[in-house]
Write a protein that binds this ligand. Structure first.
Ligand SMILES: C[S@@+](CC[C@H](N)C(=O)[O-])C[C@H]1O[C@@H](n2cnc3c(N)ncnc32)[C@H](O)[C@@H]1O
Ligand SMILES: Nc1nc2[nH]cc(C(=O)O)c2c(=O)[nH]1
Ligand code: SF4
Ligand SMILES: [Mg+2]
Length: 231
């Protein structure tokens, strides 16, 4: 039998994840509370930092802090949960350019990966195996002018567009966006009330009344665990 003899260290593959780090706020297992994956046991990777300031953001603690973590160490921790479904979120995950390396590495490792992103950054070039959940920020968020409308043309059927609505003015805006950009023809469209702001029943009634081709959602984890961190 011929065995391979190593006489010197093998060169590292380019794009090594050993030296590549990401600033990470938290890693935890929970039930997916949003998107079409709602209800699935999921490992969440929350990256630190966000260039937006949505007035109703429920994750302000992720704007700062966290710690720098090598991607390979992060993937090992994720593997340790024994859950095949991963959600990379933040903060705004795409604000760190190495987020794309993490997404690819997780896909290569066989995980089913989704990404929660604000829609303010370029979603081009992200590994095609990732389900991109792209928010379109309504006026009530205070960040509407940050929407990167070029992202719409990049959406695939495996992605999702999401509207988080604070009031009926936001709803009317979202309805116009869906019609104007024919969003329903590109991918599933989600609509949620801002937690504690727009009455969920009122939103549900509007959707039925207008026959909107969207999926209504409420954040399942808040029904289960209120505003607990790491849930
Ligand atoms: C915390 S953000 C992180 C990912 C990315 N920055 C974004 O905005 O999509 C994750 C999701 O939570 C939603 N979210 C944040 N605060 C919320 C609230 N008070 N009520 C309902 N959804 C909220 C966001 O709209 C987004 O879809
Ligand atoms: N359970 C649970 N599901 C979620 N889906 C998306 C979340 C997020 O913060 O991006 C989230 C979250 O924070 N918790
Ligand atoms: S983009 Fe996401 S993380 Fe950033 S402020 Fe808005 S909801 Fe919060
Ligand atoms: Mg959350």
């Amino acid at each position: 039998m011929v065995s391979k003899v190593l006489t010197r260290a093998e060169p590292r593959p380019t794009g090594s994840t050993r030296s590549t780090t990401l600033r990470v706020s938290e890693v935890f297992a929970s039930i997916q509370g949003e998107s079409s994956r709602i209800g699935l046991p999921t490992v969440f990777v929350r990256l630190t930092g966000c260039p937006l300031r949505c007035v109703w953001c429920d994750t302000e603690y992720a704007f700062t802090g966290g710690r720098n973590r090598p991607i390979d160490e992060l993937v090992e921790e994720i593997r340790g949960f024994g859950i095949p479904t991963i959600c990379v979120t933040g903060g705004e995950p795409l604000a760190q350019k190495e987020c794309r390396t993490l997404l690819r590495t997780l896909c290569d490792a066989g995980f089913s990966v989704s990404l929660e992103t604000s829609g303010a950054l370029d979603i081009d070039g992200i590994d095609a195996r990732v389900a991109r959940i792209v928010d379109l920020k309504a006026p009530g968020s205070g960040e509407c002018e940050r929407n990167r409308l070029e992202n719409i043309a990049l959406l695939r059927p495996t992605d999702e567009v999401k509207f988080v609505l604070a009031d009926e003015t936001d709803y009317a805006w979202a309805k116009r966006m869906i019609i104007e950009h024919r969003l329903g023809e590109r991918c599933p469209v989600l609509m949620s009330p801002v937690h504690g702001s727009l009455d969920p029943t009122a939103l549900a009634e509007l959707i039925v009344q207008d026959r909107l081709p969207v999926r209504f959602q409420m954040q399942l984890h808040k029904i289960l665990w209120a505003d607990a961190r790491g849930k």
